[in-house]
Design a protein around this ligand. Sequence first.
Ligand SMILES: Cc1cc2nc3c(=O)[nH]c(=O)nc-3n(C[C@H](O)[C@H](O)[C@H](O)COP(=O)(O)O)c2cc1C
Length: 185
Amino acid sequence: MSQVYSVAVVVGSLRKDSYNRKVARALSELAPSSLALRIVEIADLPLYNEDVEATAPDSWKHFRDEIRRSDAVLFVTPEYNRSVPGCLKNAIDVGSRPYGQSAWAGKPTAVVSVSPGAIGGFGANHAVRQSLVFLDMPCMQMPEAYIGGAASLFDEAGKLSDKTRPFLQGFIDKFASWVKLNRAV
Ligand SMILES: Cc1cc2nc3c(=O)[nH]c(=O)nc-3n(C[C@H](O)[C@H](O)[C@H](O)COP(=O)(O)O)c2cc1C
C-alpha cells in the first residue's frame, strides 16, 4: 500500500462561517489520496505564558501531540491588520515550546491566505512564513496562495466556484509532492 501522509490543518480564524475554514475543507476534499487532511482546533488554547509551562494546560499538550503525530502542516489564515491573527500566532507559539522541543521542527508546510479583500491576505501569509523560517519548517514556495474575493468563492449550497477549483487542485497536488519530498529527508 502506498504511503498516506497525515496533514494537520491549522486555521487562523475562530469564526463559525469562516471563509478560511471553508477553503481548508475544500482543500481536504480536493487532496489526492496520498494526503489525509484534518483540522487541528486552536480556539481553546490559553495565551502562551512561559510561567505556566511546568504545569502546562492539557489543551497545550493535546495541541502539541496533534502536531507531533502529523507528517506535515498546512496553515490557512485570514489577515488581521496586515498580519497574522492573534489566535494563530498563539497556536504557533504554543507548538514551539518547551524550548528545544518544538512540535513544528522539520515538518513540511505551506501557507494559504484567504480574504474577502483584493490582495488575498498577502501580509498575513508572509508574516506566517517569517515564523516558519525560525521554526525550521520547509515551506513550499510555489504556488503562492493569496485567495482574494472570498465572499464569492462558494455558492449558497457551499459549493466551491469552478473558477477557483483548478487553482486549489493544483496547489494541493503540488503540496502532496512537497510533503513526499521533504518527509523523506
Ligand atoms: C481585526 C480584523 C482585522 C482585519 N484586517 C484585515 C486586513 O488587514 N486585511 C484583510 O484583507 N482583511 C482584514 N480583515 C477582514 C477579514 O479578512 C475578514 O473578516 C475575513 O472574513 C476573515 O476571515 P474568515 O472569514 O476566515 O474569518 C480584518 C478583520 C478583522 C476582524
